[in-house]
Design a protein around this ligand. Structure first.
Ligand code: GLC
Length: 452
């Protein structure tokens, strides 16, 4: 994804700029109830405690849902096809998700084994799913005629999932958002300068604060806010990231915040690193220190519903992605793009079911798990995870072997079994002895109880 790369480069470039937070600017910010200063005063142990539920959860659902579900050609369609506001308006006028049943969404997420969810309250197109006082460009003014975000929050909360909001910093619809290359190109005969006449980012900054205040006061406890994104051309000064972050922390002190506000170099300027659509080589580090991280990934090549896109990952690839992520100490946020009728894409439902089937039997190797302790080398074609609380190691057999799984840590093994059915796996000092016939499990797991 071009823009994902740009976002990444942007956040890297901007790191030095954020280190010095200007005094004058600080004074202009609203005074939050809770004092938050950058860098954060929170200790590593305090942060680990605040993040505990999230670290234990390991697996969440991302949902990209907005007007772009109607063209069904990627959530960047307005930009890619240079669609001006007047022409994009038809989607607003026809947005009628008559089959929207958030309880069904929540049920599918829960059955897949996901423990939290993040929905696009507003994506780059600027359309808001909730009843915001600060814009008319919102779901209640479409044929949907109601606050869809509220129904989402209630349904997922009822199923026991932690609730997150994605909020786009970019806004292609707001009249004050400074026009740039991320917008659809300027209408015929108009220059960027002309498009920017009368636009005022200060008003847009206030709009964001007002909206974030709504989101974080009207829907009860919100567990995650996912801002997206900064890039060369727009960064922390344009958003007033420090002010936004202070506001967020004052309204929801325990909330988890992603790292796309362009405050990457400030400890406390983010809670999680968010590598997108990549497989990381090792636990993500920040200045040489391991940090909380979450990779967000799509089932196919688009975040929003894309009717004609066919590069869908297989269940085995998706399960492997989850295992791989946990084996490096990270979380997986896997995205669904519901249709404009309000239902999950059937292709997503199918894959969620397959993941749920695997998680039902093997979730113990995912929840509360992380990297294997130092010195434990993964046997051939396998991936290790480890639960530090129980001192149990998990060997995920990606490529099912014939008879033997050779391992270099056999002196540390106390007992071993298949995870899915708790059937004993015999072992000797060379390795484990598995049945020739592969069990009926997408990726079988050996559960290894280590000696105390
Ligand atoms: C990228 C895309 C955006 C998507 C996001 C998810 O930044 O621009 O459409 O929402 O990734 O991480």
């Amino acid at each position: 994804m071009t823009w994902a790369v740009i976002a990444l480069v942007g956040s890297m470039l901007a790191t030095t700029a954020t280190a010095a937070v200007k005094k004058e600017k600080k004074d202009k910010q609203p005074q939050p109830a809770v004092e938050f200063s950058l860098p954060s005063k929170e200790t590593d142990a305090e942060k680990a405690e605040r993040m505990q539920w999230w670290t234990d959860a390991r697996f969440g659902m991302f949902i990209h849902w907005g007007l772009y579900a109607m063209p069904a050609r990627h959530e960047w369609v307005k930009h890619f096809e240079n669609i001006p506001d007047e022409k994009y308006q038809k989607y607003f006028e026809h947005f009628n998700p008559d089959l929207f049943d958030p309880h069904e969404w929540a049920r599918q997420a829960k059955e897949a084994g996901m423990k939290y969810v993040v929905l696009t309250s507003k994506h780059h197109e600027g359309f808001c799913l909730w009843d915001s006082k600060y814009t008319d460009y919102k779901a209640p003014n479409t044929p949907a005629k109601r606050d869809l975000l509220k129904e989402y929050v209630d349904a997922f909360r009822e199923e026991g999932l932690h609730i997150g909001f994605y909020y786009s910093l970019i806004d292609w619809h707001h009249p004050d958002y400074i026009y740039d290359g991320n917008h659809p190109c300027t209408p015929a005969g108009k220059t960027v300068e002309e498009m920017n006449q009368g636009r005022d980012m200060a008003r847009y900054r206030q709009y964001m604060k007002d909206q974030v205040t709504e989101l974080l006061t009207n829907y009860g406890k919100i567990d995650i806010i996912w801002f997206d994104f900064s890039y060369p051309g727009k960064g922390h000064e344009d958003w007033d990231s420090e002010g936004l972050l202070k506001l967020v922390r004052s309204l929801q002190p325990d909330i988890i915040v992603d790292n796309r506000l362009d405050l990457n170099d400030v400890w406390g300027g983010w809670d999680i690193q968010t590598p997108e659509q990549v497989k990381v080589d090792k636990c993500v580090e920040w200045h040489g220190k391991k940090v909380h991280w979450e990779t967000c990934q799509t089932f196919s090549g688009s975040w929003g519903y894309h009717r004609d896109e066919t590069s869908w990952k297989s269940p085995a690839q998706l399960i492997e992605l989850l295992i791989e992520t946990v084996s490096k100490g990270g979380n997986l946020l896997l995205n669904v793009g519901p249709t404009a009728r309000g239902e999950f894409d059937g292709r997503a439902t199918e894959r969620l079911k397959a993941m749920g089937k695997w998680m039902h039997a093997n979730g113990r190797s995912i929840y509360e798990c992380t990297e294997a302790p130092e010195g434990f080398e993964a046997p051939d074609n396998s991936v290790l995870t480890y639960n530090p609380k129980t001192n149990v190691l998990y060997i995920h057999l990606l490529d099912y072997p014939l008879w033997k799984v050779k391992a270099s840590f056999m002196d540390k093994v106390d007992y071993a079994q298949f995870l899915h059915d708790a059937s004993e796996i015999k072992f000797n000092n060379e390795g484990f002895e598995v049945p020739v016939l592969k069990p009926d499990v997408e990726i079988p797991v050996i559960e290894v109880f280590l000696k105390k």
